[in-house]
Design a protein around this ligand. Structure first.
Ligand code: APR
Length: 275
C-alpha cells in the first residue's frame, strides 16, 4: 500500500510535467524469474574455472573465448525466453498509452521483456543492448541482426556444433558476430546504446521513475543526477534501500520500498483513474 501523500505528489507532478521518464534495471524483471545481475546465479564454468558475469561480459573474454561467450549468451537467452513480462512491465505499457509522447523508457535490461509487454521501440532506449540481436564483432558495419531462430535458447552444455557457429557469421564480411550488448570493458555510444539521446532526454525530464536498479552503471547515474540537478521529481521504486532512493529522499522526490510488480500498477491505476 503506497502512502496516499506519495500518490498525491505523483499525480500532481505528472499532471504538470511535459516529460516523464522511466529508468529500469534488472529488478523489474526479477519477478519474471530473471535473476538480477549481481545475484549469485550468474556464474559460468569454463573447464574447472568459474567466471563471474563481470568477466564473461567483456570484449576481452570474447577475444579469448568467443564460443564460450556465445554459449553463455545462449544460456542467458534461454532464461529470458522462458520468462514472461510481469505486472510491472504491463503497467509501463499502460503508462506509455496514457502519456504518449510525454513518455520515454530508458532500460538497462537486455531481456527484451519491455517490448514483449508492448512498449514501443520509438520511445524505448535499450542502453545496454538486447541479447536477441547480434552484430559484426569486427564492426565492418553498424547493422544489427536478429539472432537466427535456430540458435538454441536451451541451456548449451556442449561445444557449439560447427553448423551453428556458421549461422553466427556477419552476412557482410563473414567474421564471427557478437551479441548486441554493452560489455563491461566497453563504453556507451549513440549508435548502439542511445547515449546522447538519454542525456538529452534527462535534461528535459520533469518526473523520473527509477525502477529496480542498484545504480552501479555510468549512464543511469548521469541520468538521475541530471534530473535532480535541474529540480526534476524522482520516484525510486526498489525492494531495498539504495543510492537512488536516498538521493530522491534528500532532494525533490520519494523512495517507495516494495516490489515493482505491485508498486508500478498502483501508481499507473491512480493516474488512469484521475484522467
Ligand atoms: N522490485 C524492485 N526492485 C527490485 C526487485 C523487485 N521485485 N527485485 C530486485 N530489485 C532491486 C534490487 O534491490 C537491486 O537494487 O533491483 C536491483 C538490481 O540491481 P542489479 O542486479 O545491480 O541490476 P542493475 O542495476 O540493472 O544492473 C545494472 O549492470 O551488470 C550490469 O549491464 C548490467 O544492466 C546491468 C547493469
Amino acid at each position: 500500500m503506497i502512502d496516499p501523500t506519495v500518490i498525491d505528489s505523483w499525480l500532481s507532478t505528472v499532471e504538470k510535467a511535459s516529460k516523464i521518464v522511466v529508468l529500469t534495471g534488472a529488478g523489474i524483471s526479477a519477478e519474471s524469474g530473471i535473476p538480477t545481475f549481481r545475484g549469485p546465479e550468474g556464474y559460468w564454468s569454463i573447464g574447472s574455472q568459474e567466471y563471474h558475469p563481470q568477466e564473461m561480459a567483456t570484449f576481452s573474454m570474447f577475444l579469448r573465448e568467443p564460443h564460450e561467450v556465445w554459449k553463455w549468451y545462449c544460456y542467458r537467452r534461454s532464461v529470458c525466453a522462458e520468462a514472461d513480462p510481469n505486472p510491472g512491465h504491463f503497467a509501463l505499457v499502460k503508462l506509455e498509452e496514457l502519456l504518449q509522447d510525454r513518455f520515454v523508457l530508458i532500460t538497462q535490461n537486455v531481456d527484451g521483456l519491455h517490448f514483449r509487454a508492448g512498449n514501443s521501440p520509438d520511445r524505448t532506449f535499450q542502453i545496454h543492448g538486447n541479447l536477441n540481436y547480434m552484430r559484426c564483432s569486427q564492426e565492418c558495419s553498424t547493422d544489427i541482426y536478429p539472432i537466427p531462430d535456430i540458435i538454441p535458447t536451451t541451456p548449451v552444455t556442449k561445444d557449439f556444433p560447427h553448423e551453428l557457429t556458421d549461422l553466427l557469421r556477419c552476412p557482410k564480411c563473414n567474421q564471427l558476430t557478437r551479441p548486441h550488448v554493452l560489455w563491461f570493458d566497453e563504453t556507451y555510444n549513440e549508435e548502439f546504446y542511445r547515449f546522447e539521446s538519454s542525456l538529452n532526454t534527462a535534461m528535459k525530464t520533469d518526473v523520473l521513475l527509477v525502477v529496480g536498479t542498484s545504480g552501479t552503471t555510468n549512464l543511469p547515474n548521469h541520468v538521475v543526477h541530471t534530473v535532480i540537478n535541474q529540480g526534476g521529481f524522482v520516484v525510486d521504486i526498489n525492494i531495498e534501500a539504495n543510492i537512488f532512493g536516498n538521493l530522491a529522499k534528500t532532494n525533490n522526490g520519494v523512495s517507495i520500498q516494495g516490489p515493482s510488480g505491485k508498486i508500478l500498477p498502483d501508481l499507473v491505476v491512480a493516474l488512469d483513474n484521475q484522467s
